[in-house]
Design a protein around this ligand. Structure first.
Ligand code: F0G
Length: 349
């Protein structure tokens, strides 16, 4: 199986000097919906399961390119600001390339699993008294002064790698879908997908491009409101971002594709999160459920998806955020280790 850097070499900034590294990223499943498709009334609905990447999110696609290019340039240290997933991915690729990895995160505000990952992969974790936007400001300033590679999506190699998810969707479906629903935080991913769909069409690999449907969380919806938000809030901590770095890219993706950037409330996110789990067997993290929440909202507002092919990107695995999972569900029934009691409850259903 060729790895991402080999498979899409012609579309990536890979040179003969670029080290071909991999931890098993990309080539994630595109799974057909069993139930929501019928409820929404879609022609076809698919979930792109990016949580199946080795560090549990789509970040691995961009990180493998950014880290390979850092190694090619003989840099020995990388740094990022993160709501958790970027830091996990940077830490993993940094580990295999023996780089020093610094991750700057908002203290107390990243999901437990993501913190655990950065620790296990051996990154230096700097937890600041401030939010993601402040962390990004700090790492940008540091990388302007010191020879440390910034591996946030401001690094263009990140966007290049992430666009391969669009290639995979087209490779499987035979063409671009009609609609792509995607959560929006720092807005790098929507920018990357759009770039991927456009490149594939230009290369003759697809006839069409999809309408790009990006969804921010309501309490962090800077692009929707048209102004940066100083204190972004949402249960979806991965997209709790008040001043997206790729703002312009997201707006261009929307306008060029004839799509939409809108917001979904925390309640809508949690409803979609539960629907994904209980009806589709998909355990995405809350931020990932914003794509599905967006689809439901759009349908409720009257968009007709019949005969349309729709893809929702499930950007990260729900295992990263056990706290939200446990808080949002019924607690387990506790009972004595006794056959009759357990049997009685089983028969009650
Ligand atoms: N979904 C998940 C699970 C994420 O971790 C992120 C971003 C997004 C969606 C939004 O993608 O920023 O490209 O618009 N996480 C970043 C991080 C900010 O630090 O891990 P985006």
């Amino acid at each position: 199986m060729p790895c991402l850097l080999e498979k899409y070499r012609d579309f990536l900034p890979v040179t003969p000097q670029t080290p071909i590294i991999t931890i098993g990223e990309a080539d994630t499943p595109l799974v057909r919906s069993r139930r929501l498709e019928r409820e929404i009334g879609c022609g076809e609905l698919y979930f792109k399961l990016e949580g199946c990447n080795p560090t549990g999110s789509f970040k691995d696609r961009g990180m493998v390119v950014a880290v390979a290019k850092a190694v090619e340039a003989k840099n020995s240290a990388i740094i990022c600001a993160s709501t958790g997933n970027t830091s996990a991915s940077a830490a993993a690729f940094g580990a295999v390339c023996s780089l020093t990895v610094f991750v700057v995160v908002p203290k107390g505000n990243i999901a437990l699993g993501k913190l655990a990952q950065a620790l296990v992969y051996g990154a230096r974790i700097l937890a600041i008294d401030g939010n993601f936007d402040k962390a990004l400001e700090i790492v940008r300033a540091i990388t302007q002064k010191h020879p440390i590679t910034l591996v946030n999506s401001l690094n263009p190699h990140r966007i290049e790698g992430q666009k391969t998810a669009a290639f995979e969707i087209v490779d499987v479906l035979g063409d671009a879908p009609d609609y792509l629903f995607i959560p929006v935080g720092n807005a790098g991913n929507i920018t990357a997908y759009w770039k991927g769909f456009v490149h594939y069409k230009q290369a003759g690999k697809a006839l069409n491009t999809p309408k790009m449907m990006g969804f921010e969380a309501e309490g962090s919806a800077a692009i929707v409101r048209g102004k940066a938000i100083a204190d972004p809030e949402t249960i979806a901590s991965a997209i709790r971002i008040g001043n997206p770095a790729s703002w312009k890219g997201a707006v261009a993706a929307r306008d060029e594709s004839g799509g939409v950037i809108d917001s979904v409330s925390d309640d809508e996110i949690l409803d979609a999160y539960k629907i994904l789990g209980t009806q589709e067997g998909v355990f995405g993290e809350p931020a990932s459920a914003a794509s599905v929440a967006g689809l439901i909202k759009q349908r409720n507002n009257g968009t007709d998806f019949s005969n349309k092919r729709v893809v929702c990107v499930i950007t990260g695995t729900g295992l990263k955020d056990p706290d939200t999972a446990i808080k949002s569900a019924m607690p387990p029934t506790e009972l004595p280790a006794d056959l009759e009691t357990v049997e009685r409850l089983v028969l009650q259903g």
